[in-house]
Design a protein around this ligand. Structure first.
Ligand code: UD1
Ligand code: MG
Length: 447
């Protein structure tokens, strides 16, 4: 079985960040997450990650073991530390990848599995890529067609810097050869680090062939070293994710301004308009219309839901619901089928039953509203008494008049009505009509 070592302990000085480089996110996931996904997708499941202290504390999230490299002495040293923790296996193969290349594909790793089983009996294989110059990548120096060595930018001559074939930092090794070469690395170079890349010259000098495997696309192997490369990778990843959802039948009007994440579910025939962000495992049914200018985060949407120019987070929404423009739903908002939430409405931790309408300028917090009730413009639940949040319960078929203040805790019974401007401080029985400040029962119609 092939095993993998992922190098991720580097501080990432060029990021100018307090955070470890591979924890920087693109499209809602740390860079390291993508590399691990690609390895697993390529059939490599036995993985160890070389970590620093910060990453050690978070490695559990990635469901993979970490090996602590307490001193960052270079990629060669990182591999040495990892090998000390890996049980030796005779005839084993080890793939090495860096945690800072989130665009790497499962196909590339799948192709590494059998790459050393060639007739030449290569000791190692490395993935190379033609890249635009200038570049921070190590250069592949060849003699004739054979790979002779890798030279790092800080050690390279001007002639070597003109080489446009790069070391991507992805390798496969015969395990015995790797253990042997890593034990012999030295730090005699411009950065004073143990370079894993020196393995290439070591094998070549000993007459052991080093196999170069060209990468299909240089973007797949882009190593992120600074914030400009981070932005470049995010853009490319977002384009790939949008393409994935479009292939599943979703219309994305402008992928350039639609921001998505992996592992979303978006039903076919849904349409996403520009400037829209969908995050945190959101699940959308079929035929939804989202955007423009909207943000959905951790939402469950039924079918035929419309969300225009609105922000919806941590919400569960039924079929045929219309939201917006300019609505804000958050913190456990539950909307049953056919609910309408209109402009300038905020809904927090509230449950709206089937057919409820909250058309304009309202705030419902900690509220439950029964079927087919209509909440008038300007209605608010006064849910906070300065110390705690209190609940409002509105029954079914209730008409809450414009500008009603529902002073919680309070309950308005089924079929009741509040007049415009009511300040409801006491429970309203079913069928009662109240108005005023404080709201009092109105005379019965035929009294
Ligand atoms: C490395 C390669 C370079 C290649 C490039 C591809 C070496 C010496 N150079 O350079 O040839 O073109 O990757 O992206 O290997 N890391 C550790 N411990 C350390 C140092 C680094 O775990 O002590 C990890 C980093 O977290 C990172 C990876 O190794 O994920 C690569 O390190 P980085 O400093 O980015 O190396 P490059 O200069 O990019
Ligand atoms: Mg790098």
């Amino acid at each position: 079985m092939i095993r993998a070592i992922v190098l991720a302990a580097g501080k990432g000085k060029r990021m100018k960040s307090r955070r470890t480089k591979v924890l920087h996110e693109i499209c809602g996931r740390p860079m390291l997450w993508y590399v691990l996904e690609a390895l697993r997708g390529g059939g490599i499941h036995e993985i160890v990650v070389v970590v620093n202290d910060e990453l050690a504390a978070r490695i559990g999230e990635f469901e993979v073991p970490g090996v602590l490299q307490s001193e960052r002495l270079g990629t060669g040293h990182a591999v040495r530390v990892a090998l000390e923790h890996l049980e030796p296996r005779s005839g084993g193969r080890i793939v090495i990848a860096c945690g800072d290349m989130p665009l790497v594909t499962a196909e590339l790793f799948a192709s590494m599995a059998g790459v050393l089983d060639d007739e030449a009996g290569s000791a190692m294989a490395l993935v190379t890529a033609k890249m635009p110059l200038p570049s921070s990548f190590g250069r592949v120096v060849r003699r004739g067609s054979a790979v002779e060595r890798i030279v790092e930018v800080s050690d390279a001559t001007p002639a070597e810097l003109a080489i446009d074939e790069m070391n991507t930092g992805i390798y496969a090794f015969r395990e015995e050869e790797l253990r042997d070469v890593v034990a012999r690395l030295n730090a005699d170079n411009a950065q004073g680090e143990y370079y894993l890349t020196d393995a290439v010259a070591s094998f070549a000098d000993a007459g052991k062939p080093v196999r170069a495997v060209p990468a299909c696309d240089h973007l797949d192997v882009l190593g992120i070293n600074d914030r400009t490369e981070l932005a470049q990778a995010r853009k490319e990843m977002n384009a790939r994710l949008c393409a994935h959802y479009m292939r599943d039948g979703v219309t994305i009007v402008d992928p350039g301004t639609t921001y998505v994440e992996p592992e979303l579910e978006i039903g076919a025939d849904s349409v996403i308009y520009p400037n829209t962000t969908i995050t945190r495992l959101s699940r959308l049914g079929r035929d939804c219309v989202i955007g423009p200018n909207s943000r959905l985060s951790n939402v469950r949407l039924g079918e035929r839901v419309t969300v225009r120019e609105s922000v919806v987070s941590d919400a569960a929404i039924g079929d045929g619901v219309t939201i917006g423009p300019f609505a804000h739903l958050r913190g456990e908002a539950h909307l049953a089928d056919g609910v309408h939430v209109g402009n300038f409405v905020e809904i927090k931790k509230s449950s709206l039953a089937r057919g409820v309408k909250v058309g304009h300028l309202a705030y419902l917090g900690d509220a439950t509203v029964g079927e087919d009730s209509n909440i008038g413009a300007g209605t608010i639940t006064c849910n906070f008494d300065g110390e705690q949040k209190n609940e409002t319960v509105v029954g079914r078929d209730v008409l809450i008049g414009s500008n009603t203040s529902l002073v919680a805790p309070v309950e308005v019974g089924d079929g009741a009505l509040t007049g415009a401007g009511s300040v409801v401080t006491k429970d309203v029985p079913a069928g009662e009509r109240v108005a005023g400040n404080p709201a009092r029962p109105l005379p019965k119609k035929n009294a």
